[in-house]
Design a protein around this ligand. Structure first.
Ligand code: NI
Length: 131
């Protein structure tokens, strides 16, 4: 699996985006609201690295708890995979725990993603390849 992006939790997305831009990051598209997870998302790129800014947009957002712990910080690495079910099963058999069922990601053309957690590694995201 190849790395697709690094997920970066931020409290205030617009101001965080400006701060990244000041360091030379370039926006990839616009801010997208993900209604499934209740987060706002913006992708930025610098030197071939893609960063996904993620900010909760409702009190019951999936990252509402995480942002209290992490504040502004990277919190997951997303891997691109050909077969989402197969790769997630493979990780589960290797000791990962699957947090959610595969769901469409509005910020990624509706391609499905799922999240897993590893006791020593923290959170990873799997993203299915574009068809
Ligand atoms: Ni992500």
């Amino acid at each position: 699996m190849k790395i697709h992006h690094i997920g970066y939790l931020v409290k205030k997305l617009p101001r965080a985006a400006e701060a990244f831009e000041a360091l030379g990051y370039v926006r990839l598209g616009d801010v997208t609201a993900d209604g499934y997870r209740k987060v706002d998302i913006l992708f930025l790129e610098k030197d071939g690295y893609v960063i996904e800014l993620v900010s909760p947009n409702a009190p019951d957002s999936v990252v509402a708890g995480l942002i209290k712990t992490y504040k502004n910080a990277p919190y997951h690495i997303c891997y691109l995979c050909g077969d989402l079910e197969k790769e997630s099963e493979c990780l589960v058999s290797a000791g990962y725990f699957q947090i959610d069922a595969p769901m469409p990601a509005p910020a990624l053309e509706g391609r499905r993603v799922c999240f897993l957690i590893h006791p020593q590694m923290g959170m990873v995201e799997l993203l299915e390849e574009a068809r």
